[in-house]
Ligand binder design. Structure first.
Ligand SMILES: [Ca+2]
Ligand SMILES: [Ca+2]
Ligand SMILES: [Ca+2]
Ligand SMILES: [Ca+2]
Length: 359
């Protein structure tokens, strides 16, 4: 439990652990390829390594009303008989959508977490043909007040692990991780109450996700990265503003293609949007303008997560709600892919942005 009561010496720790973190990353660089092969793409329902086009909506914003998923295969028009469209209801308002690969087949499972006195993960395979959805697994895990954003593959077997975070009476936070491969449960202390818990990300390139928490430190968003087995701090970096009106910060993921997670903050109070991406292994940063930001008479684009060209790197991408169109800056060749999809009040389904734990 390293983080408790350390607010006064944050900057001293930052210097120490930044250097420490860099050393680790260099040593583990040889394993980068392993991470690439273990993980499927986000929202890839077919297992071809490409994120599919997915929108989500609910007709009524009332508890219990179902989420409507609209999925268009990517690419939308490949060779004949391979394009597909699926529209179905899964989960309902009040559930947390945590779609990902929990079975290790590199295909995204439909998964929601329903908070309750006994919270439950509900997982289903993606519907094939015109068939309905069969519930695969109901996994009781966590309680009503636990946090559930921190899914990750913390044992490195290629499957997401069911994970909740719980604040203890003394202000410490315990991560309860249920391995989806072995059903072995682990409890790891990391972070303290008031920090945000994020989906896991692999910063070391060994194929095993690290624990990720964030905090507002002097207006900046600060990332604390921890080892999922020992709870030891391996890296601290500050990146972007913690004010979500200025920056939308995504959970870390690999944008540079070295198999290690990068930090991304999308500045949205400017037009166009600016994507600031930091490679924490080399401390190299890039700024890329892509998408409509704040502008008069029009809504902002929605920054989204995904690897749409299937090259193993996340793409910079947005969803434009008023024209129902996805725009992707392909990481493979720098070209732009546009794909119309969605209607009405649909928004793109994407990974949750950072949410701060409120005491
Ligand atoms: Ca796992
Ligand atoms: Ca790792
Ligand atoms: Ca990277
Ligand atoms: Ca890509």
């Amino acid at each position: 439990m390293f983080l408790k009561n350390q607010k006064e010496n944050t900057f001293a720790s930052l210097t120490l652990f930044s250097v420490f973190g860099l050393a680790i990353i260099v040593l583990w660089a040889a394993n980068a390829a392993v991470a690439q092969t273990n993980k499927g793409a986000y929202l890839d329902f077919t297992g071809d390594g490409k994120t599919d086009w997915v929108t989500i909506s609910a007709l009524l914003n009332t508890p219990g009303h179902p989420f409507r998923w609209k999925v268009l295969g990517n690419p939308a028009s490949p060779v004949s008989n391979e394009a597909f469209i699926r529209i179905f209801d899964y989960g309902s308002i009040g559930d947390i959508i945590l779609a990902g690969d929990y079975t290790g087949d590199r295909k995204t499972d439909l998964t929601v977490w329903r908070p309750g006195s006994q919270s439950i993960f509900y997982s289903a395979q993606f519907p094939s043909g015109t068939g309905g959805i069969m519930l695969d697994r109901a996994v009781p895990w966590g309680t009503q007040t636990d946090g559930s954003f921190a899914q990750g593959d913390y044992d490195g077997d290629g499957k997401l692990d069911y994970t909740v975070t719980r604040r203890n009476a003394d202000g410490s936070v315990t991560w309860y991780i249920l391995s989806s491969g072995t059903n072995v449960m682990k409890a790891v202390d990391f972070g303290f109450s008031g920090l945000g818990a994020s989906p896991g990300a692999d910063f070391t390139g060994d194929g095993r996700d690290e624990l990720v928490v964030t905090a507002n430190v002097n207006g900046g968003l600060t990332y604390y990265i921890g080892d999922a087995v020992t709870g030891e701090l391996v890296l601290i970096r500050q990146w972007g503003f913690s004010n979500s009106f200025i920056d939308r910060s995504f959970p870390p993921a690999d944008y540079t293609g070295d198999g290690k997670a990068d930090l991304v903050a999308v500045r949205q109070n400017v037009n166009p949007l600016v994507w600031y991406i930091l490679d924490p292994a080399t401390n190299t940063a890039t700024a890329t303008m892509f998408g409509f930001g704040q502008r008069q008479g029009g809504s902002r684009d929605q920054p989204i997560r995904g690897d749409y060209d299937g090259d193993g790197r996340q793409d910079i991408a947005v969803y434009r709600g008023n024209t129902h169109t996805f725009y992707v800056l392909r990481s493979s060749d720098g070209g732009i892919t546009t794909q119309p999809w969605g209607e009405g009040e649909d928004s793109a389904l994407s990974i949750p942005y950072f949410v701060f734990i409120v005491d």
